[in-house]
Design a protein around this ligand. Structure first.
Ligand code: DOR
Ligand code: ZN
Length: 432
């Protein structure tokens, strides 16, 4: 075992520290002890020193996923904590926040503690539970948030379901506010989306599929920001998908409402046109929207209206996907594809690199109340190394996730995670 880890001549990008330069990184006892040009020059080679050649590589502060479904307990045939954490590490994520729509739902201290304990035993990337807002995610009775926070929950959400009752949402914001927990909303007015399996519009009409109108998201976001403003609580919008929601968010932020939001890679890249071949890998909730929505989401992410990028990693087996479009379960995997897909948007000039890095690391860490990762002397050594030029083809055998439901399967992408480092330990290394 080495005592010192050195990354030589890597392009280090730390948006918070306004750093973008080729430096050496020196890591001892889990922390950065030196960060700077030629900082490792006088460290002699020895078997106590592990050296990674950073030439041609980029270093990011540790990536944090605010939204993943690891399916344990209850649906381990789709994913479990071990495979999910392996996928997270392979995707460059040092931290992954896991949604409570498991079987049973994570609405109690016992389940939150089980998740934390199992992940700690496995090691590697860190797991942070997001507990339910309401018991059984039924939208009625609030969970015991004091216990959940004490057991390690970093937020509450009924994701997969929306908290549609205004009074339940108000009480949830009030209760969560006392513990400074963000309330994470899956914004969908279920009455408006009954029978829907894709975005309501021209394509749904042509295909004869039930439509999920954009306004079903917008009405909930509009109400929620007013409630969050009234209570003064932290509100976080999961997987924003519409131009309307982005506009409401911008207006709320301009008035000082404590609202934040995340967007998924697929909502930044794909439109409802992709559903034309009835590919169930393209069924996701909220659904893929229109060109104008994609453009608005990119712009909102670039200007900070949308704070961060989250994968909404939603593994499903072939059982749930090899069926009619109407019957298929919504969701796609994301942990291992996020970095290359986003780097594609950077390369195309759609998003600035520093904003993408911040949106994948420092911004979500702050929302979840985690230590904000930094590439700076004294900071805990949580970081990700990427070879931005390395091309690879997405294929089942390249993935750690147990499930392979993604419309990007078979696509060649550029950008490979070469190492993920958690508290100074290399928890993943990718073969170049
Ligand atoms: O596409 C989705 N899949 N959206 C959700 O809200 C839930 C998730 C899942 O759990 O599969
Ligand atoms: Zn959701």
């Amino acid at each position: 075992m080495h005592d010192v880890l050195v990354v030589r001549r890597v392009r280090a990008i730390d948006p918070k520290g306004e750093l973008d330069a080729v430096v050496d990184l020196v890591i001892e006892r889990g922390r950065f002890t030196r960060v700077g040009k030629d900082a490792a020059r006088d460290i002699p080679a020895s078997d106590r020193v592990r050296v990674i050649d950073g030439d041609g590589q980029w270093a990011f502060p540790g990536l944090v996923d605010l939204h993943a479904h690891l399916r344990e307990p209850g649906q381990e045939y789709k994913e479990d904590i071990r495979s999910g954490l392996a996928a997270a590490a392979a995707g460059g994520f040092t931290d992954v926040c896991v949604m409570p729509n498991t079987k049973p739902v994570n609405d109690t201290r016992a389940i939150t503690e089980m998740l934390v304990g199992k992940a700690r035993d496995i090691g590697g990337s860190r797991l942070h539970p997001i507990a339910a807002i309401t018991m059984g995610q039924r939208g009625e009775e609030l969970t015991e948030m004091a216990d959940l926070k004490d057991a390690g929950a970093v937020g509450v959400s009924d994701d997969g379901r929306c908290v549609t009752s205004s009074v339940v949402m108000r009480r949830a914001l009030e209760y969560a506010h006392t513990f400074d927990l963000p309330v994470i909303q899956h914004a969908e007015d279920h009455a408006l989306t009954e029978g829907a399996s894709m975005h309501e519009g021209e394509v749904a009409t042509r295909l004869g599929l039930g439509g999920w109108p954009a306004v079903a998201e917008d009405v909930i976001v509009a109400r929620d920001v007013l409630l969050a403003e009234h209570v003064g609580a932290k509100y976080h919008l999961a997987h924003v998908s519409t131009r309307g929601a982005a506009r409401i968010l911008a207006e709320a932020k301009s008035r000082g409402v404590r609202a934040t939001a995340e967007v998924t890679p697929h909502h930044l890249l794909l439109t409802h046109e992709r559903v034309i071949g009835y590919d169930t890998a393209c069924k996701v909730n909220p659904p893929l929207r229109e060109e104008a929505d994609v453009a608005a989401l990119r712009k909102a992410l670039a200007d900070g209206t949308i704070d961060c990028i989250a994968t909404d990693h939603a593994p499903h087996s072939v059982l749930e996907k090899e069926c009619t479009f109407k019957e298929a379960s919504p969701g796609m995997i994301g942990l291992e594809l996020c970095v290359p897909l986003l780097l594609g948007l950077v390369r195309d000039g759609e998003l600035p690199l520093a904003r993408v890095v911040e949106a994948l690391s420092q911004a979500p860490a702050k929302i979840a109340g985690l230590d904000v990762p930094r590439l700076a002397e004294g900071a805990r050594a949580d970081f990700t190394l990427v070879d931005p030029e390395h091309a690879w083809t997405i294929a089942p055998e390249r993935l750690r996730s147990k499930s392979h439901n993604t419309p990007f399967m078979g696509q060649t992408v550029r950008g490979l995670v070469t190492a993920t480092v958690v508290h100074g330990d290399v928890v993943f290394e990718g073969a170049r």
